[in-house]
Design a protein around this ligand. Structure first.
Ligand code: CO
Length: 140
C-alpha cells in the first residue's frame, strides 16, 4: 500500500474550550476548521501545520469512542491520520494483510473526507486513520 503523507494528528481533549485556550492562546495556532461530526460523536477543531493538521477532538458524550477513550486513558494522542489516494483500496489492502480494522467500509469524516480506521491492536498501539480528500474544505 502507499501512504502519501501525514494528514493529521488527532488529540483527544475533554474540554474543547480549555484545550483551545492552550493551542490558540499559548501555542498561537489559528483554527482553520471546526465541525461537529455526529457520526463519530466528536466536536473537532483543526489547525493547519504545513501540509498537515493538528486535530483536537472532544467527545459529544461519554458513550462515544472518544468519551470512552478519555475515561480509560485520559487526554492525549488519540490517532494518526495518513493521506491515501483511495481509502477503499487502502482499507482492502490492510484487511488483506490481516490488519484488524474498525471500519468495514469508508465513512465520511471531517470536511467531507472519506476515512477509515485501523485498530491500534494491529498497529503497535496507535489508532490509524486513512484519509481520502473529499469535495469539502478543511480550511487552510
Ligand atoms: Co482524525
Amino acid at each position: 500500500m502507499e501512504l502519501n503523507r501525514l494528514d493529521h494528528v488527532g488529540i483527544a481533549v475533554s474540554d474543547l474550550t480549555a484545550a483551545r485556550g492552550f493551542y490558540e492562546g499559548v501555542l498561537g495556532l489559528r483554527p482553520a476548521h471546526e465541525e461537529v461530526i455526529e457520526d463519530q460523536g466528536v466536536h473537532e477543531v483543526l489547525y493547519r501545520m504545513g501540509d498537515a493538521w493538528v486535530q483536537l477532538v472532544a467527545p459529544l458524550g461519554p458513550d462515544t469512542p472518544v468519551g470512552r477513550f478519555l475515561a480509560k486513558r485520559g487526554e492525549g494522542l488519540h490517532h494518526v491520520g495518513y493521506s491515501v489516494a483511495n481509502v477503499s483500496t487502502a482499507l482492502s489492502e490492510l484487511r488483506a494483510a490481516g490488519v484488524e480494522t474498525v471500519d468495514d467500509a469508508p465513512r465520511i469524516g471531517s470536511g467531507g473526507t472519506r476515512v477509515a480506521f485501523a485498530h491500534p491492536k494491529s498497529a503497535h498501539g496507535v489508532l490509524i486513520e486513512l484519509v481520502e480528500e473529499g469535495s469539502g474544505h478543511r480550511g487552510s
